[in-house]
Ligand binder design. Structure first.
Ligand SMILES: CC(C)(COP(=O)(O)OP(=O)(O)OC[C@H]1O[C@@H](n2cnc3c(N)ncnc32)[C@H](O)[C@@H]1OP(=O)(O)O)[C@@H](O)C(=O)NCCC(=O)NCCS
Length: 481
């Protein structure tokens, strides 16, 4: 472990090293797994500890690590900030700490060092299933460790047990007009759940800041657990008869989400949700939903308020709502040029979109410079489960055409598809054709990533966020006088 190697170079840390290594040697049957040469993890194969118990063990070690990193590297520079960056949405400024995932421009997202393909291979599956369970991904994001099947089953059961939604929140959702966008209803309901925040109660009772993470963890677990019921109620109210079926306490999270949507008997759809919830969870710290949750939580707002704010950001068409935009753009294209238009006609349609001053939804990315691996994972799912679906074929046709057009157009830094270019076509195939609802599913998944970081924000005592800003007049004064 690099931390231990670094510690050995510093004599004053020998005692800490000994305590860390004896900590590891105390663990029940630790096994060293190696998914890549530089990335060694400890995998606990027995003695299934709950996530909270495991977290309580890890936090002191991570706190020491942060102290060490700040002491050794605190004064070093992460890079330059230019005026263009300040005007350009802070693109490329390295100014955030995010523990769960790092986004590489070429390789895509890695969750605690693991690629999507590695997660698909290593994370526990449902019985008879092939896709990873998002419960396992959450465990990985929180702890940095691949959980055992037993630990993941425990998490499924715990979430099912915490899933009840207070009746006043149900009524609040029921009172929303069907014309209110599902994302607005989602944000409203999550804000209202704040009524029962453990963190708020603990804070008001005057707990020590070292204990903030405990009630934050409880809120996070409660909130994630309630999302299928919230999301299901919104879906049933807006698109169906308003009746939400009860969750099953012995089933996994994705099965239960499929159930509230009415798809629990379609095992391929349940598998799709397992994949979907895993890959949409986290995309490092700078994207709008992640950064918003982190920013709002930095004021010691509780996880409900922080996540509701994240949902408001996700609801924008350049972020999560792009999954809705993509499918409506594709369906409009189909209605205008037919279902099996040739490449030339499709190319012309893409050019028309660009020439009318609009973006091609589902393409481009602020960080990525290759096809998004989340797109690829969905494409592989489609090749396996729906290779002959006409909509999938059109999505594939666009994959061959749009990057060429965007490159020729010459503005977009990344002409390749992102996650949103594919997800709608898969949902449509299984019959979930209510496009306005798609971003809600993205939001359920995003909770796993942003809330696991909020736990760490509290555990590591991160301060209130407060970057420096300048006015244009101040910039001119700085460089012109
Ligand atoms: C994701 C996105 C917001 C990233 O924005 P960004 O970091 O500013 O992207 P770039 O640096 O490549 O933008 C440079 C220019 O290309 C344009 N551009 C980027 N992606 C484009 C697309 N898909 N279609 C048309 N133009 C695009 C930008 O609007 C910008 O134009 P401007 O100079 O007139 O303002 C952008 O690619 C986009 O709008 N994509 C479509 C929406 C989408 O799929 N969102 C989901 C993202 S996961």
């Amino acid at each position: 472990m690099s931390l231990i190697r670094a510690y050995t170079r510093n004599a004053s840390n020998v005692t800490k090293l000994l305590s860390i290594s004896s900590f590891y040697s105390r663990q029940a049957c630790p096994v060293i797994t190696n998914t890549s040469a530089r990335n060694i993890k400890l995998l606990h194969t027995s003695n299934a500890k709950s996530l909270k118990e495991r977290l309580a063990e890890i936090i002191p070690e991570r706190q020491e690590e942060i102290k060490y990193v700040k002491k050794e590297h605190g004064a070093k520079s992460l890079g330059n900030v230019t005026v263009d960056m300040a005007y350009g949405g802070m693109r490329g400024i390295k100014g955030l700490i995010w523990e769960g995932s790092v986004l590489d421009p070429d390789e895509g997202i890695k969750f605690r060092g693991y690629t999507i393909a590695e997660c698909q291979k290593l994370l526990p599956k449902a019985e008879g299933g092939e896709e990873p369970l998002p419960e396992g991904l959450f465990w990985l994001l929180v702890t940095g460790e691949i959980p055992t099947t037993e630990q993941v089953r425990g998490l499924s059961a715990e979430w099912a047990a915490r899933s009840d939604v207070p009746s006043f929140v149900e009524e609040l959702i029921d009172r929303c007009p069907n014309t209110l966008h599902p994302m607005s209803q989602f944000s409203l309901a999550v804000t209202a759940l704040q009524h029962d925040s453990n963190f708020v109660k603990a804070y008001q009772s005057g707990i020590n800041k070292n204990e903030y993470w405990i009630s934050t963890f409880e809120d996070t677990m409660d909130l994630i657990a309630k999302l299928p019921n919230i999301a299901g109620r919104i879906y049933r109210n807006v698109f169906k008869d308003g009746k939400v079926p009860a969750l099953e306490s012995d089933k996994d999270y994705s099965y239960n989400l499929a159930k509230v949507l009415g798809y629990e008997n379609n095992k391929d759809f349940v598998e799709l949700l397992r994949l979907y919830l895993t890959i949409h969870s986290d995309h490092e710290g700078g994207n709008v939903s992640a950064h918003t949750a982190h920013l709002v939580a930095s004021t010691l707002s509780d996880p409900y308020l922080a996540f509701a704010a994240a949902l408001d950001g996700l609801a924008g068409p350049l972020h999560g709502l792009a999954n809705q935009e993509v499918i409506s753009w594709i369906l409009k294209m189909q209605s205008e040029i037919g279902v099996s238009a040739n490449d030339e006609t499709v190319r012309e349609y893409v050019w028309n979109t660009l020439n009318s001053g609009r973006v091609v939804p589902g393409y481009g990315h602020a960080v990525l410079r290759k096809t998004d691996p989340r797109y690829t994972a969905q494409r592989e799912f489609a090749l396996k489960h729906l290779p002959n679906d006409p909509l999938f074929k059109l999505v594939s046709q666009l994959y061959n055409i749009v990057p060429q057009v965007l490159t020729e157009h010459g503005k977009t830094k990344n002409p390749w598809p992102n996650v949103d270019a594919h997800s709608g076509a898969l949902l449509q195939y299984y019959g979930l054709d209510e496009q306005n609802y798609y971003t809600v599913l993205f939001g359920v998944s995003r909770a796993l990533g942003v809330l696991s970081q909020v736990i760490w924000d509290r555990a590591l005592g991160f301060p209130i966020e407060r970057p420096k800003s300048y006015s244009t007049a101040a910039i001119r004064k700085m460089f012109e006088q």
